[in-house]
Design a protein around this ligand. Sequence first.
Ligand SMILES: [Zn+2]
Ligand SMILES: [Zn+2]
Length: 464
Amino acid sequence: MSTPPDPETASGGAAARLKAAAHAAIERRAAEIAALSDELMHLPEPGYAETATAARFSAWLRELGLPQRTGLAHTGVKAVLQGRGDGPRIALVGELDGLVLPEHPLADAATGAAHACGHHAQLAAVAGAAVGLREAMSELDGSVALIAAPAEELGDVDPHLDAGSPKGPPRTGDGSEGSEAVEFPVGKAELLRIGAFDDVHMALLAHTGRGGGPRFSVADTLNGSLVLRARFTGRSAHAGSSPWLGVNALKAATTAAHALDAQRDALPESDGVRINYLLSGDEGGLGSVPSAAVLRTMVRANSVEALQRARDVATRSARAGALAFGARVQTDTLLAYLPLSSAPALDDVVARNARAVVGDAGAARGRHLGACSDMGDLGHVMPVSHPYTGGADGDHHSPDYRVRDHRAAAVEPALYLAGAVVDLLADGAAGARRVLAQSPPRLSVPQYLALRRGMNRREIWEEQ
Ligand SMILES: [Zn+2]
Ligand SMILES: [Zn+2]
């Protein structure tokens, strides 16, 4: 009597062989992958303007013989590695942009952009994973989308806050593909809007970690965030002879800021709220009562409901400042990022592969990070995983942040991302189907777009 083959063993054998082939191909070009990460680190560009970075990534894919689309949401790039049949499609995502941080030693002199978040290494990791997966696709049941995404960092939000004003939308293109107006301040939201993820079932992105962190870790959740801009309008008057004839807009704004600070304890600890604000007055002289002031507040929290609670406090505080002084205030709210919840089943596949590459360190789950990512937006419409790599020194978004070890930041994630894709798509894509069954999307793309647009609002308050 013969024993039927054990499916686990059979698929494990095929997956192990395909992974070995993918890893060998990546290792053969490891020096080039590390060099690409280093090259891109010295080429920082701000969001939606990453033309040279996108061109470099595109050239790498062209050399691999992959057809591609470019100019998605201005600078995005997408190529597909096709396997057998029409199984699930997995996106490997790399971010294109630096953030504006002029004091960073590698900042671009003209734009102030610097790779103080390590996105250059992500892109090199995706380029490296493509090299490996090309060797395995003919035996994988599905396909892989390689996506370079623009504008993960939040840039100048004023054009987006003004989108409903006569100034019009933030960008107006020249009519060529990808140059159309951008609706959203972050790139993955924009890629979702234009349908670039419509054929994708799940997405992986390995983000460069902070200095001193492990060579691999996963966080369960990240905060979402919104921006609330309060424009106060008062009335100028002589600050010495007749200040009582004026309405001091700057003091109305500082009163609003105090009201907001005084209510921090009133927001539940479990909401994970972070509040950061900037205050600016008009450019009038010290001799006059200031007639204009702007309070820009970024509110971060770990759920849409928590963001709404914090937004309501910030809005009430702005009105309180205006009320106290008889000023007028216009508040504009813009959703920046949705909170991220990664898919545990997908994290498990990535973590298993990462452990095989970097060892056991830091694969623990159960963490919430106060930062934000537009992978949170993607995570509302499909399962996502957003692990962190090693290889960097310093803190994210600070002048001392820098990738020193491009193997840890780019080559190692290339190895484990490729390994994860093999595990997901081998054996009839049973692994991917399991992830999809365990992590159903919370929203369709139209529902997501409605949620995002519904969070934006303009309100005007003045004493009648
Ligand atoms: Zn960042
Ligand atoms: Zn980042």
